[in-house]
Design a protein around this ligand. Structure first.
Ligand SMILES: [Zn+2]
Ligand SMILES: [Zn+2]
Length: 427
């Protein structure tokens, strides 16, 4: 038996719209199920209260446009702060692991935030990761994203950082929002290979996901040797989810959790609020506590035609992914030769909730001695005007020379006054 912390924050006062799938009932049915099953009476579980995070916690990760207060609500600060609070309980050994059942979710929130996209404003998991790294001195963290949607926001934030391993399972981006998460998105030359995408065809279920987990994810995580493991525990891979077309069961999620052994699981999406969420959440909690989840069965069964249709595809994907992981250092060295110390690329980000685009130019410093730093120039046309920003991001392992260069860039941009906002992250 493990001591497992759990924390509920259903955010009663936050919704995109009253009939939107991202609403508080998502957690209320789970709460009822857990009370009904007597989970809270078991000695394994310790319940914690929600706790707000600070603006500083948010700004340790995000460039918020035009400012932090205008892109978040109190609910966002509480969701992120609660994840940090539970991570701290695990970090200090009060519990072995924990599950933060919070909303609003976070994994579509990128480094730059102009508003809501994919139901997310700020990235709860990334904020927790950088709290653990900058405040608690944790060195290496692995994030495993088991939501059906690609965790594009989390990927964006850690794309240049070799000390954060990001692995996402999801329904193929050609068939689902946000339309990214292909296998060639593997990190820039500073961090080549520490972003891993495992896109699966619609209809994939327990067999495919568990195959990839055992054959690819676990060996890579073992090789990476993280000090802390976080699971972005979205539940929309469930066969009854109304937004996606995958076939994972509640017990499949239980097994995933048992194998990943996260220190912290953080709820992301999952919109089958009566048919799946109460069961998936229960299976995850039982698995975290080292208890049997075998009796967790959803009221409506899995359509039989879904069984293991895409196992062959998963096997090919596994072989390709492992080969790249093993050769990542050579591939990165080869890639770096193509650039003269700096690597620049453009990116356009769509904000589906409010319907506008953000445009970015990112320049990554490729240092010989460290993972470097990167600068993001961003602008968007919001509320009838163009807003522009510039952020320079340093990482915990950025060397002193690179830090100085990063600070100089920020000072220069501030002096020129050509952006509405200029920040160094973290300040
Ligand atoms: Zn999702
Ligand atoms: Zn350096």
């Amino acid at each position: 038996m493990n001591k497992t912390g759990l924390l509920f924050f259903p955010a009663f006062d936050w919704a995109i719209a009253p009939t939107h799938p991202e609403r508080e009932e998502r957690l209320l049915y789970t709460r009822d199920q857990i009370v009904e099953e007597g989970i809270l009476d078991l000695p394994a579980f310790v319940e914690y209260n929600a706790r707000p995070g600070s603006i500083e916690d948010v700004e340790r990760v995000h460039l918020t446009m035009p400012d932090t207060r205008s892109v978040i609500t109190a609910a966002h600060l509480i969701a992120a702060g609660s994840c940090i609070a539970l991570a701290e309980e695990v970090f200090k050994g009060a519990v072995k692991n924990g599950f933060a059942l919070v909303r609003p979710p976070g994994h579509h929130a990128t480094r730059t935030v102009y508003g809501n996209r994919g139901f997310c404003n700020i990235n709860n998991v990334a904020i927790t990761v950088d709290y653990l790294r900058w405040v608690k001195g944790v060195k290496k963290i692995a994030i495993i994203d088991t939501d059906v949607h690609h965790g594009d926001g989390t990927q964006d934030i850690f794309y240049h950082d070799p000390d954060v391993l990001f692995i996402s399972f999801h329904q193929d981006g050609r068939t689902l929002y946000p339309g990214t998460g292909f296998i060639d998105e593997a990190g820039t030359p500073n961090a080549y290979g520490t972003t891993i995408n495992l896109p699966l065809p619609p209809g994939s279920g327990d067999e495919e996901v568990l195959y990839l987990l055992e054959e690819v994810v676990l060996p890579i995580v073992a090789d990476f040797k993280p000090d802390f493991v976080i699971n972005s525990a979205g539940q929309d891979n469930h066969y009854s989810d109304p937004l996606a077309r995958m076939a994972v069961t509640a017990r499949g999620y239980g097994r995933l959790t048992e194998l990943i052994k996260p220190h912290l699981a953080v709820l992301e999406g999952g919109y089958s609020i009566e048919g799946a969420l109460p069961y998936v959440n229960l299976a995850i909690l039982l698995a975290l506590a080292g208890e049997s989840y075998e009796k967790v069965i959803e009221p409506k069964g899995l359509p039989i035609e879904y069984r293991a249709r895409h196992l062959e595809y998963a096997k090919k994907l596994a072989a390709k992914t492992l080969e790249r992981w093993q050769n990542r250092r050579e591939l990165a060295a080869k890639e770096r030769k193509n650039y003269n110390g700096y690597y620049t690329y453009n990116k356009t980000i769509y904000y589906d909730t409010e319907d506008f685009y953000e445009h970015r130019v990112t320049t990554v410093k490729l240092c010989e001695h460290c993972p470097g730093y990167h600068g993001i120039k961003t602008y968007a046309y919001v509320n009838n005007r163009v807003v522009s920003g510039f952020a320079v991001i340093i990482m915990p392992s950025t060397c002193p020379d690179c830090r100085e260069e990063a600070k100089w860039l920020v000072d220069e941009a501030r002096a020129k006054k050509s952006y509405d906002k200029v920040v160094i992250i973290p300040e």
